[in-house]
Design a protein around this ligand. Structure first.
Ligand SMILES: [Zn+2]
Length: 314
């Protein structure tokens, strides 16, 4: 049976169909209707219909493929309604049930960071690893956990979400941290000093702007640093140390076999050169050698993980 994966993002919706052996049969990306729940349902249904028709010509009967959907949020186990979504027009709706009704088949819905972790654990940077922790470092900061090939969702569907805990071991202002890390920047969740406000792409850009007075994107900061710009290089240095502190908490709690990074910042080579030693320095165990790898499937990991929500054997 073929499997369809949908990555429902804030600006685009990507669809992918995999054959029973995991080979890619079809793929399409469309713009996401913003601020319109009904239009979002219609767009996903249209995309699944297109994938059904396309793989139907490849020998699969239309309408029999399983459908998994990754969203930047979760379905609350308590209410069955979407929560914690930065695509705010999804919040409060029974998205999985509405999609199932529209598509005439059951639909599995998962958080996009969990889809990244599942995809990379299945046949990516975390293949053959029992415990995979994956982090998305982009506009925000998400986390997902897969153990023995299964997503750990948790009682409140919030397992792995370590971006809204505090930055560990906050430092006072000094030579390495030009600003006091306490109480830290205000976060949209209502608290101050969340890890996300320091280690996401937005956090990196904000840190650089506060110290230098120059408002640049995270990619521009990384490009400047690669060209030898000292303030940009220092911003990357602070960012790597803060990320190492955040991941040290993950290692102390879960001791994953691998840490996989996705999202825009995962393309920064300095992370793979510097993070392992920095991480080891903050961990309780004196012999930490946890590999830190970029997502092998890059931007496609979300949609691949959504397809993987339906295992081959079911
Ligand atoms: Zn927060």
């Amino acid at each position: 049976m073929a499997r369809i994966g949908i990555d429902l993002g804030g600006t685009k919706i990507e669809g992918l169909a995999l054959g029973a052996d995991g080979t890619e049969l079809a793929r399409r990306r469309i713009p996401a209707p913003r601020d319109d729940y009904r239009a979002t349902l219609a767009a996903v249904a249209g995309l699944v219909d297109w994938l059904d028709q396309t793989i139907g010509t490849a020998g699969e009967p239309p309408g029999t493929a399983s459908v998994g959907v990754g969203i930047p949020g979760v379905v609350s186990p308590a209410t069955g309604l979407v929560k914690n979504a930065n695509s705010t027009w999804l919040i409060g709706h029974p998205l999985d049930r509405d999609l199932a009704a529209a598509l005439g088949r059951p639909v599995r819905l998962e958080n996009d960071a969990n889809c990244l972790a599942l995809s990379e654990a299945a046949d990516g940077a975390g293949a053959n690893c029992r415990t995979v922790f994956a982090a998305i470092l982009g506009t925000g900061c998400g986390g997902g956990l897969v153990i023995d090939g299964r997503i750990v969702t948790g009682r409140h569907a919030s397992a792995g979400e370590w971006g809204h805990g505090p930055l560990p071991w906050p430092q006072p202002a000094g030579p390495r941290t030009p600003e006091d890390e306490r109480p830290g920047p205000a976060c949209y969740c209502g608290r101050q000093g969340c890890l996300e406000t320091w280690i996401s792409g937005t956090g990196l850009a904000d840190d650089h702007a506060r110290i230098t007075g120059r408002r640049l994107t995270a990619v521009e900061v990384a490009t400047l640093a690669a060209a030898g710009d000292e303030p940009a290089r220092a911003a990357l240095d602070r960012h790597a140390d803060r990320l190492a502190r955040g991941l040290a908490g993950v290692v102390n709690l879960l001791d994953p076999d691998v840490i996989v990074l996705g999202g825009g910042l995962s393309n920064m080579p300095n992370l793979y050169e510097e993070l392992p030693a920095r991480l080891a320095a903050w961990c309780f165990s004196p012999d930490v050698t946890t590999p830190i790898r970029p997502a092998r499937h890059g931007d496609s990991s979300g949609v691949r993980g959504a397809a993987w929500l339906w295992p081959l054997e079911t």
